[in-house]
Write a protein that binds this ligand. Structure first.
Ligand SMILES: NC(=O)C1=CN([C@@H]2O[C@H](COP(=O)(O)OP(=O)(O)OC[C@H]3O[C@@H](n4cnc5c(N)ncnc54)[C@H](O)[C@@H]3O)[C@@H](O)[C@H]2O)C=CC1
Ligand SMILES: O=C(O)[C@H]1O[C@H](OP(=O)(O)OP(=O)(O)OC[C@H]2O[C@@H](n3ccc(=O)[nH]c3=O)[C@H](O)[C@@H]2O)[C@H](O)[C@@H](O)[C@@H]1O
Length: 437
């Protein structure tokens, strides 16, 4: 078993650290956010991620998992150091590598071993691992040997722990035989397929994967837009397409576009990366444009259905960018709220988990409620933004009972059109025929 340090205790760093300790490694997680580290030291997870807190507590108790703000403490015994800090987007869409550079220099200053393996898990543009190496060496004692590895992460928020234990593949890009052997030892207890390649290919696999998944989503959303005009049902179209194993049924759920901390930023970063080598990635630019429109879809529909939104009370059901996470980054709800407010609507929102994070962003510009029922009371329209279980399972009769006018704009196709037709509601969804009272 290895001594491992993980830098950054966000969605990726924390989940990776906890899961590596679960398979027996000795892991120290380091972060500059003192409040986060103190919370973790008490066995509390600062993020909502199913199963994570239990595993954290367990491994802290077993003495295999530690949290610190001290690089010195984290790196003292580390044979492998994972970089898992954020790579947010710059104003031009490119990836901001400030945090990666900062931690690389810190690694250099604190190295004590002769051979250390440095693994970049953060999503970084092709060429960054070479820079990481240079940044470390610029600060390191002369006789240290650095072995860099690109090891992109494919977990999804909301199922991050499960994805780590049951992922489809682990990608390892390195030109160091020493690192290659060590990484096999680190990951072999997971029993997952390992794909080995060069550093640049590994870096690109991450962007290509996210861009491809985003393309699938924008594609089905465009088909949904066509369905609405042609009278077809996108769910049947997607089901029929997905039965072809060459296409596959996953990521063909039409909706209100992709949000979250990665697809929006990674698609833009790949367009920039292509531009850097004088390549116009037209396809991906269209994917991004389609998503921009799709994230505003429920607003456009509300305008069509209600006419003026001035003084209208709109109930927003779900705020997180997807269910089972409290992450609000690039959530469609934020875009919709902005558009609705500009048009003069009043918003009352409900989310079972993300409300605290949403409140930190939106403050008192909107009202908050504690349940679906409370949220839709006296509303002129309800917008279903996130398909949480309690939102999906709300009987349509509740809308009829509680709302001023039972107008439902369902961005996640939570009800069948047959079901909706059985109630006195005006029901509008994505890529399917509407039913009006
Ligand atoms: N969130 C996700 O589902 C996935 C994210 N990724 C990629 O992984 C990377 C990390 O993403 P998240 O975990 O979502 O980020 P995050 O923003 O949740 O966490 C980043 C953490 O790094 C810490 N940090 C920043 N500078 C530091 C420093 N100098 N020293 C120590 N800690 C520092 C921050 O305090 C924060 O806790 C990004 O490149 C992202 O694109 C990849 C796959 C999935
Ligand atoms: O690089 C990353 O950060 C991660 O980005 C995504 O994971 P995540 O953003 O957590 O969530 P997804 O389940 O992929 O959903 C992303 C967005 O696409 C939307 N989506 C997803 C699937 C679908 O069929 N339709 C659809 O609209 C979701 O509602 C959500 O807004 C990828 O799925 C992960 O493999 C990757 O590691």
């Amino acid at each position: 078993m290895k001594n491992i340090a993980i830098i950054g205790t966000g969605y990726v760093g924390l989940v990776t650290g906890v899961c590596l300790s679960e398979i027996g490694h000795h892991v120290t997680c380091v972060d500059i956010d003192q409040a986060k580290i103190e919370t973790l030291q008490q066995g509390i997870s600062p993020i909502y991620e199913p199963g994570l807190e239990e595993l954290t507590k367990d491994n802290v108790q077993r003495g295999r998992l530690h949290f610190t703000t001290s690089y010195h403490q984290a790196f003292a015994e580390a044979e492998v150091i994972f970089i898992a800090v954020g790579t947010p987007q710059n104003p031009d869409g490119s990836a901001n590598l400030t945090y990666v550079q900062q931690v690389s220099e810190q690694i250099g200053r604190h190295l004590t071993r002769r051979d250390t393996v440095i693994v970049t898990k953060s999503t970084v543009p092709v060429g960054t691992n070479r820079k990481v190496r240079d940044w470390i060496i610029s600060q390191a004692p002369v006789d240290t040997r650095i072995h860099t590895v690109s090891n992109p992460e494919f977990l999804r928020e909301g199922s991050a722990v499960q994805d780590t234990f049951q992922g489809d593949r682990i990608v390892i890009g390195t030109d160091s035989p020493f690192a290659s052997i060590l990484m096999e030892e680190v990951y072999s207890p997971f029993g997952l397929p390992i794909f080995s390649t060069d550093i640049e290919s590994a870096e690109l696999i991450k962007y290509a994967s996210n861009a491809f998944l985003a393309t699938k989503i924008s594609f089905i959303n465009e088909i949904a837009n066509l369905c609405e005009k042609l009278g077809a049902n996108v769910e049947d179209v997607a089901a029929g397409m997905g039965m072809d194993t060459r296409i596959g049924s996953q990521f063909l759920r039409a909706g209100i576009g992709y949000g979250g901390s990665c697809f929006p930023k990674d698609t833009k970063a790949l367009v920039q990366l292509a531009g850097d080598v004088q390549h116009n990635f037209d396809l991906l630019e269209s994917v991004i444009r389609v998503n921009h429109e799709q994230q505003r879809k429920l607003f456009t529909k509300a305008m069509e259905v209600l006419g003026s939104l001035q003084g209208k009370r709109i109930a927003m059901l779900g705020l997180a960018f997807k269910p089972n996470t409290d992450d609000m980054r690039e959530a469609a709800s934020l875009i919709l709220i902005e558009e609705l407010q500009k048009a003069g609507a009043d918003i009352i929102a409900y989310d079972p988990i993300a409300m605290k994070k949403a409140q930190a962003i939106l403050g008192d510009t909107i009202e908050y409620s504690q349940s679906v029922t409370e949220c839709i009371q006296n509303a002129d329209a309800a917008m279903i933004v996130t398909e949480w279980e309690d939102i999906k399972n709300t009987p349509l009769s509740t809308y009829v009972e509680q709302m001023k006018t039972p107008v439902i704009l369902d961005g996640r196709n939570c009800y069948t059109i047959e079901e909706a037709a059985g109630y006195p509601v005006s029901y509008y969804s994505i890529g399917r025929p509407s039913s009006t009272t």
